[in-house]
Design a protein around this ligand. Structure first.
Ligand SMILES: Cc1cc2nc3c(=O)[nH]c(=O)nc-3n(C[C@H](O)[C@H](O)[C@H](O)COP(=O)(O)OP(=O)(O)OC[C@H]3O[C@@H](n4cnc5c(N)ncnc54)[C@H](O)[C@@H]3O)c2cc1C
Length: 158
């Protein structure tokens, strides 16, 4: 058996697995070396699976986040596995009090200026959207276009 590889990827998290997937697609021979018992031993196995823009800082991080989000439909089609992907389910970053709410306003303004589909919502609108939430919450940042995926299924599919 020929054990020669073009690339060795260290770590079978979502970053390692996706890097290996795209490198393999380019025709490279890839070995993924993982220290744990299987794949997704790190944070990839714990992630909630939200694909959001709320948590990315304006500028480069937002841009690269959007580029990543846009890749999912084609990638899942290539993998021939939906991985419980739910597009446009929306997402929030909750602001418990006035201080956090005020701190998030200029960040969201910058994200919006960069073309991100995001806005501040007050506590009333938040509870209209999510009636079970506490009446004490001041509001949230809201991304209607956020998506969700099952990270375990996704990692296994890659
Ligand atoms: C509770 C929680 C919830 C999260 N929710 C979200 C979310 O909703 N949306 C979102 O976008 N992000 C979320 N994240 C963040 C997201 O999970 C991480 O950004 C992402 O999984 C990082 O992927 P990774 O491949 O870089 O790292 P990891 O998943 O940590 O993978 C690294 C892998 O490398 C292996 N490794 C490390 N060192 C070596 C070595 N020397 N030799 C061999 N193997 C090695 C580890 O065992 C591990 O398997 C969440 C994180 C946590 C903890």
């Amino acid at each position: 058996m020929n054990n020669r590889f073009d690339v060795i990827v260290i770590g079978a998290g979502l970053m390692g697995l996706s890097s290996a997937y795209y490198l393999s697609k380019k025709g490279l021979r890839v070995l993924v070396a993982e220290q744990g018992a299987g794949i997704l031993n790190g944070s990839g196995g714990a992630t909630d699976g939200y694909i959001m823009h709320n948590t990315k800082m304006p500028g480069y991080h937002n841009q690269i986040g959007c580029m990543g989000s846009d890749m999912y439909p084609q990638l899942l089609a290539d993998l021939d596995d939906n991985c419980d992907y739910e597009s446009g389910c929306g997402g929030y970053l909750i602001c418990e009090d006035e201080g956090i709410f005020n701190a998030m306003c200029p960040i969201v303004e910058k994200q919006r200026a960069g073309g991100i589909d995001i806005r501040m919502i007050d506590g009333y609108e938040l509870r209209q959207l999510e009636p079970e939430l506490s009446p004490h919450l001041r509001g949230a940042t809201y991304t209607p276009s956020g998506s969700k995926i099952d990270p375990i299924k996704f990692g296994c599919a890659m």
